[in-house]
Design a protein around this ligand. Structure first.
Ligand SMILES: Nc1ncnc2c1ncn2[C@@H]1O[C@H](COP(=O)(O)OP(=O)(O)O)[C@@H](O)[C@H]1O
Ligand SMILES: [Mg+2]
Length: 283
């Protein structure tokens, strides 16, 4: 296999062996004669020695977004494309999608104070992953919520405030995974934000928090996902569309993940092989 193509699956230093997805992709790519390996994005690796770099579990970039984007610009052959990563690593891209007519969760951008019109709301930074610095607030918690808002603003971060979509507690969040623009599989993610937990998260570890299980895509969910992708840049190797039922029950977009989504491959038999085929086709 010494002259077989080489693929770097970009990961981060606290996950040097890559995520579950990376492990599954390596196996599936090996079956196609492609040598893939996890490579830490800021390790100073020789990126030109790879035929392709696929961004995967680079989950430490929010604190160093500029360095991450500069790295992506410098890698000779990388997917998703650097301009996609630039647009997608700041959740203000949701404004572009809303302007294009995609149903997006209602969002206040950089408000001066906490909202009074919603019983419960979420405060989160525009650049973040894994629910970091994100919290759910409710009645009687205005002072803590204000402190959260102020702390983010004083760090110079763009802040988003949204109504808490309570359907996430019963129906969960639906992730629709696409490869090369075509639907691959769906997963359900259990709720993550606990009432009263603040930004520190729940005191007791709860294994059901954010737990992922296989799911099905409803036609109305697929329709919203297709609209979101139609309004996004083209040429995407991977995309994950995260939806939650809105106040009227119709699905709304809470995130379009084009940078480092967990693709939940281990929950969908055959999906790693499909992604491996799409990667191999780009070599
Ligand atoms: N408006 C909201 N209503 C209900 N839950 C939310 C809302 N916004 C975020 N969450 C919860 O917080 C999690 C993380 O928020 P998200 O916007 O997906 O950012 P990221 O995954 O990049 O941290 C979501 O998976 C969901 O469980
Ligand atoms: Mg998310």
């Amino acid at each position: 296999m010494s002259d077989s193509p080489r693929v770097a699956l970009a990961t981060c230093s606290w996950l040097p062996d890559g995520s579950d997805d990376v492990v599954h992709l390596m196996k599936a790519l090996a079956g196609l004669g492609v040598r893939a390996e996890p490579v830490v994005w800021d390790s100073g690796a020789d990126w030109a020695s790879y035929d392709l770099t696929v961004v995967r579990s680079t989950w430490d970039y929010p604190a160093r977004r500029d360095a991450f984007l500069a790295w992506a610009d410098a890698v000779p052959r990388i997917v998703n494309a650097p301009e996609v990563l630039r647009w997608n690593t700041d959740k203000r891209y949701l404004r572009d999608l809303a302007a294009a007519g995609v149903p997006v969760v209602e969002t206040l951008w950089d408000p001066a104070d906490v909202p009074s019109s919603w019983p419960e709301y979420v405060i989160k930074p525009a650049v973040s992953i894994g629910s970091r610095d994100t919290a759910r607030w409710g009645p009687g918690e205005e002072e803590r919520a204000r402190a959260h808002l102020r702390a983010l603003r004083s760090e110079g971060r763009a802040v988003m405030v949204q109504p808490y979509l309570s359907a996430v507690d019963t129906l969960g969040e639906t992730a629709l995974v696409f490869r090369d623009g075509a639907f691959s599989h769906a997963a359900r993610k259990a709720p993550i934000l606990t009432a009263g937990a603040g930004i520190e998260g729940p005191v007791a570890f709860d294994a059901s928090r954010g737990q992922v299980t296989p799911s099905e895509a409803a036609p109305e969910q697929l329709a919203v996902a297709e609209r979101a992708l139609a309004a996004a840049p083209g040429g995407l190797l991977y995309a994950r569309v995260d939806l939650v039922p809105g106040p009227d029950g119709a699905p709304v977009l809470i995130e379009l993940e084009l940078t480092e989504p967990n693709l939940y491959l281990q929950h969908a038999p055959g999906s790693a092989a499909r992604f491996a085929e799409s990667i191999a086709a780009r070599l």
